[in-house]
Design a protein. Structure first.
Ligand code: AN7
Length: 351
């Protein structure tokens, strides 16, 4: 049967009234790919899979939550939605709002979001404001605006967002026939790690899977409030998607970590860039830098001998690398040029 989007596929496990119509772009049903060349490159004796979320309709995992949040908002008669964003949330909110025929308002930190993400929000007709402060300040302003006007906030403090995002955990269990042993993912505003843990717990409680994974979250070293134990006032990382100093779901993410006997740790920008390049070059999967934090985290945990042999590992690759092509090109030397004849081209290609 053809895929109907995460609401119709998992409606019985979502807190939506039967009368709520799905606003959908047929998100979800993303590939769970086994990545043996990546496992080998990391020196891992384990089954490594990636949940490739960059192939969602707007190129990130945010679509899973947005379909649920915007469907609910429309059913409540909301005329518009608002969010603060490091980029992907705004791209997704703008797309689903366009699909629903309602307004989208977006606050972004000026100069700190990848151009692809900004172009999506603009193309989908969102009203975008770039503010002088960072993401955390934008989220404070958005919260105030949503309270004063009757527009719905669609950041991950909106509970419907997390219910939508938990469907990725369902899909992984459905594909593997069990839960993984360890699940790695990047942590920014900490909604996704919270949502996955909710999804795994719900499947476990319903008897669909007999075990639960350890939740392994990774922040960028310059934006690692949960790791250092206090808000970071001036977060810095080249992985702009996770440049967040005071995550909205901080406590819930700590609960996911503690209940699952997992970890929330930090990886450096250099480690993130290494993983970014590695996944693209050995597996043909072009994920964005923030996504690579999960893989960098797996490498770090393995180096500390904390990945048991033969275990089943899943890394969520949260967003598509094409959102920020200049970051990728900066990683590579510019291509050599050649005159337009065979000899010259052969010489450059060493063929
Ligand atoms: C590619 O778009 O917060 O820990 O405003 O875009 O659930 O926040 C994006 C976050 C990981 C972190 N990977 O997820 C936003 C925003 C990518 C992201 C995260 C984000 P959360």
């Amino acid at each position: 049967m053809t895929w109907r989007g995460v609401i119709e596929e998992y409606r019985t496990r979502l807190p939506l009234g039967a009368d709520v119509e799905a606003v959908t772009l047929l998100e979800g049903n993303t590939p769970l790919l086994e990545t043996p060349r990546l496992a080998e490159a990391l020196g891992l004796d384990a089954h490594v899979y990636v949940k490739w979320e960059g192939v969602n309709p707007t190129g990130s995992f945010k679509d899973r939550g947005m379909t649920v949040a915007i469907s609910q908002a429309v059913s409540e008669g909301s005329a518009g939605v608002i969010c603060a964003s490091t980029g992907n949330t705004s791209a997704s909110a703008a797309a689903y709002a366009a699909r629903a025929g309602i307004d989208a308002y977006v606050l972004i930190p000026e100069g700190q979001i990848a151009l692809g993400k900004l172009s999506q929000a603009v193309m989908h007709g969102a009203k975008v404001v770039a503010i002088t402060g960072n993401f955390d300040r934008a989220l404070e302003l958005v919260t105030a605006l949503a309270n004063e006007d009757s527009i719905t906030i669609v950041n991950s403090i909106n509970p419907y967002r997390l219910h939508g995002q938990k469907t990725a955990a369902f899909e992984i269990c459905d594909a593997l026939g069990r839960a993984p042993d360890q699940h790695y993912l990047p942590v920014g505003n900490a909604g996704n790690i919270t949502a996955y843990w909710m999804g795994y717990r719900e499947y476990h409680a319903a008897g669909v899977v007999p075990t639960l994974p350890r939740m392994m979250g990774f922040q960028a070293a310059g934006a690692a409030p949960i790791v250092v134990g206090r808000p970071v006032t001036a977060p810095e990382t080249l992985a702009t998607a996770i440049r967040i100093g005071n995550p909205a779901n901080w406590r819930a993410a700590e609960t996911a970590r503690d209940e699952s006997n997992g970890t929330i740790d930090a990886v450096s920008d250099a480690e993130i860039l290494d993983a970014f390049t590695l996944v693209a070059s050995v597996e043909g999967i072009f994920a964005e830098p923030a996504s690579a934090a999960a893989v960098a985290g797996l490498k770090k945990v393995n180096a500390a001998n904390r990945v048991p042999a033969s275990s089943i590992i899943v890394c969520t690759l949260t967003g598509h690398g094409l959102k920020d092509p200049s970051r990728a090109i900066d990683q590579c030397p510019p291509p050599p040029t050649a005159a337009d004849h065979l000899g010259a081209v052969r010489k450059v290609l060493r063929l």
